[in-house]
Design a protein around this ligand. Structure first.
Ligand code: AVJ
Length: 322
């Protein structure tokens, strides 16, 4: 066995251990909850890519439209010679829109927790942008304290698309932006995408698609527990549930037990009442005042916000507040 295979095995064991702890803690607590990041194993990431193509899931399409239309504005706000740092490098489609518009990019640094995702993104970009310096960082960007691979005095331009900010509860969203502000520096900037409040029916439909892809995405967490933690969840005996909580301004997602049952996972047994739910995700929806308030709470300000005719989604250029 060579060194890199060993390193990979080690990373996998560490990931599995983190998953095991999170599942045991999350199912032992009331109300039950498992953090959203565990939805993204290989199958979960593929299902999320499918969600982005759904007719009901307007987010990706709308954000891409805004980025296309305003890439030049973003580039002129950023100025030439920036280092582009992407927090969570899903597919690199959106970063390419920025890379194409920005003047003289000093460096592109995607940060992602998945080594595999990161390698794919980096390889694709190196192929299509041979002159671009690509410096991937394998890390959890929610817990990152510095950017060791980035030196020099280029202005740091962060990119946090997709309304990933919506996964975070308000205090965590503020904490993330504070961290980003520190990583990007006093003259840094952050381009952030956020989904906007709108007709509750449209929000509901985006998380309850007719083809059932979002349900498969949620229930994939049960499959993952079965596979990685020797679970025996019956996928037929649980259902995806998603609804808009208007008071809190967020979509809430759960898996719900369809009957009274007990399930073994990671060497323990858990009883479920009929109708009992396990929380998996929040997806907070903002309005423009909410985005500005969030920015202020983290020592930043919204220098400019772009949206489109239906005002479904917003892309904001955040800078450090003096
Ligand atoms: C990746 C967090 C932006 O909240 O819309 C989509 C995740 N979950 N459908 C979202 C998700 C179910 C998505 N984010």
């Amino acid at each position: 066995m060579n060194g890199s295979v060993l390193a990979l095995d080690f990373a996998e064991t560490a990931d599995r251990e983190e998953f095991r702890r999170a599942v045991l803690a999350g199912l032992s607590r009331a109300p039950r909850a498992i953090p959203a990041k565990f939805l993204y194993d290989a199958r979960g990431s593929a299902l999320f890519d499918e969600i982005c193509e759904l007719p009901e899931y307007y987010l990706t399409r709308t954000e891409t439209e805004i980025l296309k239309r305003h890439a030049a504005d973003i580039a002129s706000r950023a100025g030439p010679g920036c280092a582009l740092i992407e927090f969570g490098s899903g597919s690199s489609v959106k970063s390419r829109l920025l890379l194409d518009a920005l003047d003289d990019v000093a460096l592109y640094s995607p940060i992602d927790i998945s080594r595999q995702h990161l390698d794919q993104t980096a390889a694709g970009l190196r192929r299509d942008y041979p002159a671009l310096k690509v410096a991937p960082i394998c890390a959890d960007y929610m817990a990152l304290d510095g950017l060791p691979q980035i030196d020099g005095d280029a202005r740091r331009l962060g990119f946090f698309p997709g309304s990933t900010i919506g996964n975070l509860e308000p205090a965590d969203a503020t904490a993330f932006l504070r961290r980003a502000r520190r990583l990007l520096g006093d003259d840094g900037a952050l381009v952030m995408g956020a989904d906007l409040k709108k007709d509750p029916q449209r929000l509901h439909d985006a998380y309850n698609d007719a083809a059932g892809v979002t349900a498969a995405f949620t229930l994939n967490l049960l499959r993952r527990m079965n596979r990685e933690l020797q679970g025996n969840f019956n996928l037929e005996a649980f259902a995806h549930e998603a609804f808009y909580n208007q008071l809190e301004g967020r979509i809430e997602i759960y898996f719900r037990s369809l009957r009274e049952q007990s399930v073994a996972v990671a060497g323990r047994t858990f009883g479920f009442a009929e109708g009992e739910r396990v929380h998996t995700e929040y997806s907070y929806k903002y309005d423009l005042a909410g985005i500005e308030a969030l920015a202020r709470s983290a020592g930043m300000r919204a220098a400019e916000t772009w949206t489109e005719a239906h005002r479904r989604f917003a892309v904001t250029f955040l800078v450090a507040a003096p």
